[in-house]
Design a protein around this ligand. Structure first.
Ligand code: HEM
Length: 247
């Protein structure tokens, strides 16, 4: 077997894959959060919301060297492959740990010293994957949710969706779950990298908490702001952006 194959088969190799793919997805989330926060940046002089301009930029990135939309497709493929590898390796590591455990614990109290977020990783991770399917159907492909979907009109789509308390509650609830997942994910990442040590652990824990809470607050601010009536109604910009392709 090749050296790469051997590494993949080993526990340390799988942990490295989980760490690298997790970091890629954290990077994507930070970028996505930054892009989403453009809903608070208003509109251009022509009345096009800044968030729609950003969505258009994602598609025109690299043009004319790359064909229209291809840079975005590269990002999508990297994130998708990362997600698949992350899930496969996490499941394999969990199986390995179960097999390696010499006795089955009878009482939860005797369970290894894992925190609640650590033991909940498999559940919080599953919720993220389920959410992602729904989220793409709602805001990228369209067709799911009660508000009409207009390709390229990101601001209008968000505005329409978050007039409904059910979607606001769903998104804020899932963002809390993602925050918890990221908190423990970041902490595990630091351990895999071998950065943990009694002198640094407090700071690394704080950094992990800051990431989880920061992502929760930044993402939740969007549905809450649309629902609270703080955001302007989409108006003229519909006509301007609906002519743009979202492919
Ligand atoms: C309040 C929270 C969120 C809001 C308001 C939001 C909003 C959006 C919108 C409007 C789009 C379509 C953008 C476009 O067409 O250019 C989108 C796409 C996407 N979102 Fe989110 N998002 C949120 C949270 C998340 C989270 C937590 C994840 C990951 C776990 C995520 C992953 C994605 C992905 C993968 C895409 C597809 C990107 C693409 O292919 O263009 N989103 N999101």
């Amino acid at each position: 077997m090749s050296r790469l194959g051997n590494l993949y088969q080993s526990v340390i190799g799988k942990k490295a894959i989980v760490a690298v793919t997790g970091s890629i997805m954290i990077g994507f989330l930070l970028l996505h959060g930054w892009g989403n926060l453009k809903v608070f940046s208003g509109a251009t002089a022509a009345g096009v919301p800044e968030v729609d301009v950003y969505a258009d930029f994602l598609r025109t990135m690299g043009v004319p060297i790359l064909p229209y939309g291809s840079a975005l497709w590269i990002i999508r493929i990297v994130v998708l492959v990362s997600l698949i590898l992350h899930v496969i390796c996490v499941v394999q590591l969990a199986r390995h740990n179960r097999k390696a455990r010499p006795v089955h614990y009878k009482h939860a109290r005797n369970f290894e010293e894992a925190t609640l977020p650590a033991r909940a990783m498999i559940y919080t991770g599953s919720i993220v994957v389920l959410f992602l399917g729904f989220h793409l159907a709602q805001f990228t492909v369209g067709g799911v949710g009660s508000a009409p979907f207009v390709q390229g009109d990101v601001y209008g789509n968000l505005y329409g969706a978050f007039q409904h308390p059910v979607y606001v509650a769903l998104y804020v609830g899932v963002m809390a779950v993602i925050g918890i997942h990221l908190y423990h994910g970041a902490w595990s990442l630091f351990q895999t990298l071998g950065w943990d040590n009694p002198d640094r652990n407090k700071s690394l824990r704080m950094l992990s908490v800051a990431l989880g809470v920061g992502i929760f607050l930044a993402f939740s601010a969007i549905p809450i702001s649309f629902f609270s009536g703080e955001m302007n109604k989409p108006s003229l910009q519909h006509a301007d952006t609906s002519s743009r392709s979202n492919k």
